[in-house]
Design a binder for this molecule. Sequence first.
Ligand code: B3K
Ligand code: ZN
Length: 878
Amino acid sequence: GQTVRLVDYRPTDFVLLGVAMTLKLFEGRAEVLARLSLERRPGVSANAPLHLDGDELVLESLVLDGAPLAPETYEATPDRLMVRGLPESGRFELAVETRIAPEANSKLMGLFRSNGIWCTQCEAEGFRRITYFLDRPDVLAPYRVRIEADKAAAPVLLGNGNPVDSGELADGRHYAVWDDPFNKPSYLFAVVAGDLDLLADEFVTMSGRKVTLGIYTEKGRSEQAGYAMDALKRSMAWDERRFGREYDLDVFNVVAIADFNMGAMENKGLNVFNHKYVLLDPDIATDTDYAGVETVIAHEYFHNWTGNRITCRDWFQLCLKEGLTVFRDQEFSADERERTVQRIGSVRRLKAHQFPEDQGPLQHPVRPAEYREINNFYTATVYDKGAELVRMIATIVGPQDFRKGMDLYFERHDGEAATIEDFITCFEDAAKTDLSQFALWYAQAGTPTLTVTESWDAKARRHEVTLRQSLARGTAGTGLEPMVLPVRFGLVGGNGEDSVADGQVAGSAKLKDDLIVLTGREATITFNDLPDRPYLSILRDFSAPVTLDHEQSEAARLALARLDPNLFNRWRALDDLVAEAMTTAAKRAPGDTSPALKPVVIEALIALAGDDGLDPAFRAQGLALPGESDIARQIAENVDPDRVHEVVDAARAAIGTAGHAVLERLRDEFASSKEFSPDAASAGRRALSNAALGYISAATRDPGPAIAQYQSATNMTDRSAALAILAHRFPGDPQTERALDDFYRRYEADDLVLDKWFTLQATAPAHDTLETVKRLAAHPRFTMRNPNRVRALVGAFAAANQVAFHRADGAGYEWVAEKLVALDGINPQVSARTATTFRAWRSFEPGRRAKLEQTLRQVSETKGLSKDLQDIVDRSLK
Ligand code: B3K
Ligand code: ZN
């Protein structure tokens, strides 16, 4: 594969002025006619040929301004079309006819069929699988698209923009014409045709325009789109309120399909969704599923302004739309749900997915400088760290100037393909500040470490806080200059209030109110005239994506866990204590059974969980232990996953035993009532009750309460929580087996629930889970052709089963590798994504490290791998 570099960017030689397309869909084939209005860019040499991208295309005909082109004037291969002798100036029309095979398209890029529905996915480079094109995001044009299909097979015909015409054709066929007046890049193109049900609604925008909303589902499932529709309307209203952004077309459609490589896609006016992020009801979906639907619906809708109206100049700028849109969906969820709880969730996600990426061989800057396969850069770094960077800009310039900067961005760049520099300049202009050093965050890979030291002078009643930043060299080999770190803080007094103290700064930092902005490697802030030694609450709300290295006494942390007026830091004080204790314990020799958690820490956890003054959702977050892979990441070298599991397991039982009375009370108080409401507060109560059940079951080693809840549950949240406890804590128990069988029979007809059934079993932390997943891979309902099913079994096993995937004999690695190679021939994007779980190989103890490396090498040397999978395994071995 060829490496594409940011420094090589240059505009196309030809300007695209408009696209008129006809797609004729038949069983077994599709005929595509694309009429491209083009013009040579002023200044481009008169004999420069036109290069169009293709991918597995068959050219049927090529016509220039109505006259077929002579064969010697062009060269066509499946992946490119070059045309010579085009007019030196003025507009011309090139009509390109291709033939494609949607049924044979198992990559799910371009035009494919999912359960009979014709559907497209074009981001990043899928449009070139439909027609030869200038398939890059800085080529913007209006599109008019006519779709023709058999009326019985596809009564619904959808495209981007507004519907402008439709009618009957001969032979039981019909057509529809869609017109999208907004300039757009080809990656936002979409077409859907099929026999779909519709949930219809409408939204009146802030200027009083009526927008027709539609969510299309497979037959008989439109009722399950009600919550998604509600989330869509709330998203539209929120974007008007918070960012002044109004929707711009007469219609907004969402289509839910079963086979999709990712969560969803923001095509202009026609979002296409993995049906997992649309279809819900209390019997089939958990609270987490509800929250996921809300987030993804919001995210794709918000792309209409951040991504579609203003798009990316090139794929290196991907974070321009993704980081910003994740930031926007996080803010939406914070406003719609509970801010601190949402922030805890985002930080957990960042630490679980982005930190390991940034600290391993797949490390790359938020704006990469080069790639071989762009689809491998839809990463936690681009999305989640990208969102953190936007959040830091907001923190640094403050809410008013942040809004001003966003307004400026929309005003200046509407209709354009922009860059990160364009974006940053808007905030510099709005806040009249220089953000050039801040821009390093986009170029330098790696997680900086923020080291904090304190010194209290009792006589002088003076507290000194020193901040130092450092960045370790990683595989990306990018710069290591000091960055701009916004650090929110408070000096908490024994009464639980922040002391108001002016600080003097020595070194390169600025201090204003509760914000220190560190710009150099080191700075010291001195606070004078304090009544007592304060508890330093640092990096509140995780104001910068760093690894915090703060030596703070256990007593101070326990005090903060009780007193910190910043709720996020109350949670973090405990979470850090627990994670550090577990890390330390896991480093001790196997078989060392001395408890990981001290009684005072357990007491603090239980006290937080039992504190009725706090939101149940927050208390449930307090009870959620760090994951085994988080502990493994903190151990960093010579990791033994069995040992980590042993420590986490023992800690869970210890908490369950010590907290028994409080946990039982939480069960009594918060166990579900009959009425189900998906709102955040109700979900928080269920989360707290289910967390309590988990601890109680671990402590008593009695499956009884989980069995009882499994049987009496009136919603999927409670039912699957109980089943997870059974499958994970009581594997092989006949009662567990019966519950799993019952679950299968109950939900056999529903693929989304069946995915849960696969995942619950694949993630059971026991060595012989490998035998279970092998059996499940041969189950009649397992298929490599449905990405959700692959993720539910193979993906979940590799990413969320530290014990069985990392079996010391290497059999887990071998099985996953074998599946990867088989999958790669079907769907390279999904195989490449699954393969990323091998990236942490260097952090394991020598036995596993050698086996992981050997497996990676074997995969890497396999003949005929996709560019996607080859790129991941090769970079992982770096
Ligand atoms: N923009 C799409 C992701 C496309 C992934 C292409 N491999 C969904 C999203 O981020 O909203
Ligand atoms: Zn996105």
